[in-house]
Write a protein that binds this ligand. Sequence first.
Ligand code: ZN
Length: 329
Amino acid sequence: MKEEEIRNADTHKQYLEMVCADALNFFNSPASVEVVSCPACTSARFHREFTKFGFTYVTCDECRTLYVNPRPKVGPLKYFYVRSPSSRFWVEKFFAPVAEARRLKIFRPRAAYVAESLPSLAEGTVGDIGAGYGLFLEELRQFWPRGRLIAIEPSPEMAKICRDKQLEVAESTIEDLNAHDGTFTLLTAFELLEHLHKPQSMVSKAYSLLAPGGYFLITTLSGDGFDIQIMWDKSRSIFPPHHLNFLNPDSLALLCQNAGFAVKSIETPGALDWQIVEGAMARRDIQLDRFWSHVNRTSSADCKADLQTWISKHRLSSHMRILVQKPVN
Ligand SMILES: [Zn+2]
């Protein structure tokens, strides 16, 4: 997969500039933000890293989670997502042109992974939290035509798009979703956790919605990831108020275990870390140290592909995936 296939670099830059302007406009009052404890382990001990778009990122002294603190309160954050010009730009200009490419490159392989990993759930009840355009469930329907597939989506516009695709929709945030307790055999949350004001609430709620023995699959950004570690405050993945939480394989496992889940697998199957760094160098967004500049200038495509394989294999990619299970008893 090529980065350019799933996001256009110029549109991405324009989008991030709009987010920066919106962040400064929407959260300029101290009353719109609050100090929080670590979103993974709840420790109150942290140290400051850097400020971006007016928000400060800190690292938890206990579990290495990188997070925005103070962070937007829930009300102002919801208002931002509904009303900010950058949110509309994302839907219309950033996501829509690459939606079909993303279906092929991201959502279809994701559905294949689920179908292959959890074949016994083929006729179960699946809920995709933050279903958006419904691409994942559409793809999963190809594999599991007899499953009950529910898009859990709070945005009225997105919920309508899912309904138009003949998907069952629960038009709600996960926190407000009732009447389904203990019914899901699988819940999924793709690229959602990094956006949440309080990830613990989502994970605990997922636990109560699942049937005993049910699975929860999460993908999110890892703060241990290669491109994030290399580029740090200049990483395009680090942009508030959207990306508030960068857990890592250890702290994500801890978060799920604290909610009662058993960890079945935790991996970083990302394929883009090196390409992201290479792209940033080509745009002169970053300057690398002597070794990585040398690799970039002189190494073969084969060498760079091996590097990416090594990054993914050793849980050092910024794309992280965890599969956890609610105990049967
Ligand atoms: Zn922590």
